[in-house]
Write a protein that binds this ligand. Sequence first.
Ligand SMILES: [Zn+2]
Length: 319
Amino acid sequence: MTANKTGYFTHPDCRKHEMGRGHPECPERLDAIEDRLLASGVGDALDRREAPLAVLEDIELAHDPRLVGALEEMNQQLAEHIAQGGRGYAQIDPDTSLNGHTWDAVLRASGAVIAATDAVIAGELENAFCAVRPPGHHACRSRSMGFCVFNQVAVGALHALERHGLQRVAIVDFDVHHGNGTEDILSGDDRVLMVGIFQHPFYPGTGSDPLGDNMLNLPVPAYTKGDVIRKMISDRWIPALNAFQPEMVFISAGFDAHREDDLGQLGLVEADYAWITAQIKDIANKYAKGRIVSSLEGGYNLSALGRSVEAHLRVLADL
Ligand SMILES: [Zn+2]
């Protein structure tokens, strides 16, 4: 029997982070993925690994130490507050808060992407998916926002560049929201090409005016469907990725552009996610020895999320 070549990195701490009743970025998102992988049998084809805790030095690859220090202090104060029987949340912005488990969850999320990067570069795994939360792509260098605390994909990309000495990494972001945090951290870094497609105008309002030449942003209006998005990807992303020749590809894998997802108004379905994944895989096979690390971002309709992650993983794992 050959070893499974697609890694699946997660940790129970990522399930314990929650931001209050009714918040769409909820622990059940991970359950929906796990249930679907179990029911479909896809889970059996994955190399399941526990996400380690990142250290602050890892986080500071992508974030201002002042942000990291401020959040660490906020977390310590929250822990004391909870120990004295106080309310269990500390607010970062109107949509984003910490509970008593968030700190470990965010360190596991970055730890997952780093460990996946290490395993893929070492050749132990061909590619990997990180089933982690909170998501990360709205987290800017000096500011957490939009359900995100730290930007694990930016941390992973910088880990690959700075510590493994890769020269070119691509980041693909197909979440319905613009990955403003990743752009903030990596714009102007010519070792990185980021390609994104997102609903616009929409939260967080950015993206139509790219911050750097290494950002290929494709804003699309609400109600755009898969056929149009596929054509834009073929016409715009693929030539740019071919020209860039990345040595590794990271994916900010948000599934909230699904037509059943109420947080966005785009019209993707599972077959579109499979198609997009196949295009990325093709680029990775041509230039990057197949090296892909994908990390969960959005996706809030639980059923659609489970089905879409299954479709994504079927292509990553050649099932
Ligand atoms: Zn999103």
